[in-house]
Design a protein around this ligand. Structure first.
Ligand code: NOJ
Length: 556
């Protein structure tokens, strides 16, 4: 395999609105990120992914881009961006931009031009179709609720397509000129010095241009757009190959795809040696709620489900390429809350889960605050929640007959707002994120979780994450932890995760227990590299108490 600098990398996702405010407007910004680069360096981060920072009306928090080549004033200026890029590189870290290519904002000049002039080139960048008998062209349901079609004002039956919010019109990838414009823009960022992109919602770009619709999967008579996306999955790699050849490959750029429903037969085309992406996120544990259209039917994850889905994904990727293991991001509840049983939704559990996610095969992405063991934020009222999807989930729950209390309880478990609250830096009024009231509330456990509190404690989650990322980079183990195959090890119960990484001359074993019982593992001549919680090793036997993890090495 051709070795690349990113193969052994640790990546970190910054949600800029909530990372660090420097100008005291309650919203994070680029200068704030610059201030915290040393913190990230100490965490041994190699790649920084910035959620969107482009000019946007922020209907979907920046995933609705109005200008792909300008910085949103709320985050700063292009000079600030250039400084951030320079300062990150000076510390040996690379930046990747969030690239939203399936749609733009309805405020983008292309869409405005399209609306005002239906015969313009820009109009062909979008999907405009006529409805039938007073109904939209098909019955797909947008990811954010309601039809994917929005009627054009003033025209009785002309609609445009939006798989997400109505303010996010879908871009027509079947139009060559549009693709060229997008590729030019990508090359502009790459020439500027960014190392690559996180590519948003990319599986949605393939459409069935006859817009046939699908059998309804809900009482609203609609069918989730994700089901059409899954049906069209085979067409995506054709577009991606062109994108790779015209942008990523000539720059030797790093790319990570947000790619749900990749078919097994397409995995090599996505992440293989000559794949379209360097890696894709591992969303395998999402399978649990696949196909469910009612939020109130969502089933909670278990350690077993997470483990089994992750192990299967790891085995499939072994011979093909690299996945990007994650336990959370800005679209998910916090992993500690979502995956672990209640008794381990604490520092012990967070550390053991961190051991697993950082040492699986692939390029792990840490989401800001994960290294502190942040759990879900508790919202006392729906009025504290800003996210349009979470609000839609709330009203859908009410329509389905739930009480406001029950609906809020679901949001407190499932909503994406859980992980979007400000980063917890210190004990001050707004957690050191800002000196004024932040745009979103501060997490209830600020004092127990914040960086200031954890720095000095050698047993803190932050210091455990630092030890894990140091281990991943350690010259003696780096090769095995990067290229070593993933192999499952027998797990004594449903709440224990055991695997090994098999290198040429050594094997590294990983055990994490979220169980009620203490387990003993015969590991012979092994040497312990790292532990969390309560672990002891005597006469070839490793004793792992509940809420603990261990990493050991066997040299051959
Ligand atoms: C995935 C992004 O991560 C999410 O935040 C966004 O709402 C959708 N794509 C639409 O861009």
């Amino acid at each position: 395999m051709d070795r690349k600098w990113w193969h052994g990398a640790v990546a970190y996702q910054i949600y800029p609105k909530s990372f660090q405010d420097s100008n005291q407007d309650g919203i994070g910004d680029l200068k704030g990120i610059i201030r915290r680069l040393d913190y990230l360096k100490e965490l041994h981060v190699d790649i920084l992914w910035l959620s969107p920072i482009y000019v946007s009306p922020f209907v979907d928090e920046g995933y609705d881009i109005a200008d792909y080549q300008a910085i949103a004033p709320v985050f700063g200026t292009m000079e600030d961006f250039d400084e951030l890029l320079r300062e990150a590189k000076a510390r040996g870290m690379e930046l990747i931009m969030d690239l939203v290519l399936n749609h733009c904002s309805s405020e983008h000049p292309w869409f405005k031009q399209a609306l005002s002039s239906p015969l313009s080139e820009e109009a062909s960048f979008f999907y405009f179709r006529r409805g039938h008998d007073g109904l939209p062209p098909d019955n797909l349901r947008s990811y954010f609720g309601g039809s994917v079609w929005e009627k054009i004002e003033g025209d009785s039956d002309l609609y445009y397509l939006h798989y997400f919010a109505r303010e996010q019109p879908d871009l027509n990838w079947y139009n060559e000129k549009l693709r060229e414009r997008l590729f030019e823009m990508m090359n502009w960022w790459l020439d500027k010095g960014v190392a690559g992109f996180r590519v948003d919602a990319i599986m949605n770009i393939a459409k069935d241009l006859s817009f046939p619709g699908l059998p309804a999967d809900g009482a609203d008579g609609l069918c989730a757009a994700s089901k059409m996306t899954a049906r069209m999955a085979g067409e995506v790699s054709g577009f991606l190959k062109e994108m790779r050849d015209k942008t990523l490959k000539p720059h030797d750029a790093f790319s990570v795809g947000e790619a749900f429903s990749v078919r097994e037969e397409d995995l090599a085309a996505f992440i293989g040696e000559d794949g379209c992406f360097s890696t894709i996120f591992d969303f395998s544990s999402h399978g649990l709620n696949e196909g469910l259209s009612r939020y109130c039917d969502f089933k909670p994850l278990t350690v077993k489900y997470f483990r089994d889905a992750t192990f299967t994904a790891q085995e499939k990727a072994n011979a093909v390429g690299f996945l990007a293991p994650i336990i959370e991001n800005h679209d998910e509840p916090r992993g500690v809350s979502a995956i672990l049983p209640r008794q381990w939704q604490n520092a012990r559990g967070a550390q053991a889960l961190g051991t697993v996610t950082l040492l699986l095969r692939g390029i792990p992405f840490i989401y800001q605050g994960q290294e502190l063991g942040m759990t879900n934020t508790h919202f006392d009222s729906v009025y504290e929640i800003r996210d349009l999807l979470a609000r839609e989930q709330y009203s859908a729950c009410l329509k389905q007959g739930l009480s406001p209390y029950q609906a809020l309880t679901i949001l407190n478990c499932e909503s994406r707002e859980n992980a979007r609250t400000p980063m917890l830096w210190d004990h001050s009024s707004f957690a050191g994120f800002s000196e004024v009231t932040p745009w979103l509330k501060v997490h209830q456990d600020q004092h127990r979780l914040c960086v200031e509190f954890q720095e000095g404690d050698p047993h803190s989650t932050l210091n455990h994450y630092r030890a894990l990322t140091a281990l991943k980079h350690h010259p003696d183990f780096r090769d095995t932890l990067t290229y070593g195959d993933f192999e499952r090890m027998p797990c004594p119960d449903d709440d224990t995760i055991c695997f090994r990484r098999v290198g040429e001359r050594q094997e590294i074993g990983v055990i994490a227990s979220f169980s009620h019982d203490t387990h003993v593992f015969p590991i012979g001549e092994a040497k312990i590299l790292l532990t969390s919680g309560e672990v002891s090793f005597k006469e070839g036997e490793l004793m792992v108490k509940p809420g603990s993890s261990a990493v050991f090495i066997i040299e051959r």
